[in-house]
Design a protein around this ligand. Structure first.
Ligand code: SF4
Length: 174
């Protein structure tokens, strides 16, 4: 495996990327540099990858113009006792997992997984893609360890969504 070196400037530049896509941005930068057969990651590499892969999520925040479309998938079991208030509150107030989104961000879907093992997710995400979906959040209830059992299918659900070219963010209001 080739070891990649980040320059100080490149590290500073990647810190400007919103937290919810930063990990993805880092992977994208490293993959591009490795593909080019280089070992040093420069600030230009970060800017190029940012432009190519994550501008969709940043444009809204920076310009206040471009709309970012998001959806939340949540646990079918937990939905029996939770109407989703905390998820909507966090989104409406742009707090916690939604704090990086700008005013033009729209929540275009809020749905349950359909029960173990998440049979509904693929079909519903496909429908939302036709409406311009950019990002799906896995609800906090799927990720907790204490109040509810952590979803044992979260990784498969995440991969199902990512395979459709949609970014996944883990969490909503925790
Ligand atoms: S697949 Fe996960 S999110 Fe869906 S009902 Fe089962 S535990 Fe809940």
């Amino acid at each position: 495996m080739v070891l990649l070196q980040w320059t100080e400037e490149a590290l500073q530049e990647i810190e400007k990327v919103p937290f919810f896509v930063r990990k993805m941005a880092k992977r994208a930068v490293e993959s591009e540099v490795a593909k080019a057969g280089r070992t040093e990651i420069t600030v230009e590499d970060v800017r190029a990858a940012r432009e190519k892969y994550i501008k969709f999520a940043e444009g809204d925040r920076e310009s206040g113009k471009k709309s970012t479309k998001i959806a939340v998938v949540r646990c079918e079991t937990v939905s029996e006792v939770c109407p989703g208030v905390a998820c909507f509150k966090a989104f409406n107030q742009r707090k916690l997992a939604f704090k990086e989104y700008g005013p033009n961000t729209e929540m275009i879907g809020f749905f349950t997984c359909g029960g173990c093992s998440g049979r509904r997710v693929s079909r519903l995400v496909e429908k939302l893609v036709k409406h311009g979906l950019d990002v799906v959040h896995l609800s906090s209830c799927m990720l907790l360890e204490d109040e509810y059992p952590r979803c044992p299918h979260r990784d498969e659900i995440k991969q199902t969504i990512e395979k459709k070219g949609i970014k996944v963010v883990e969490g909503t209001h925790h």
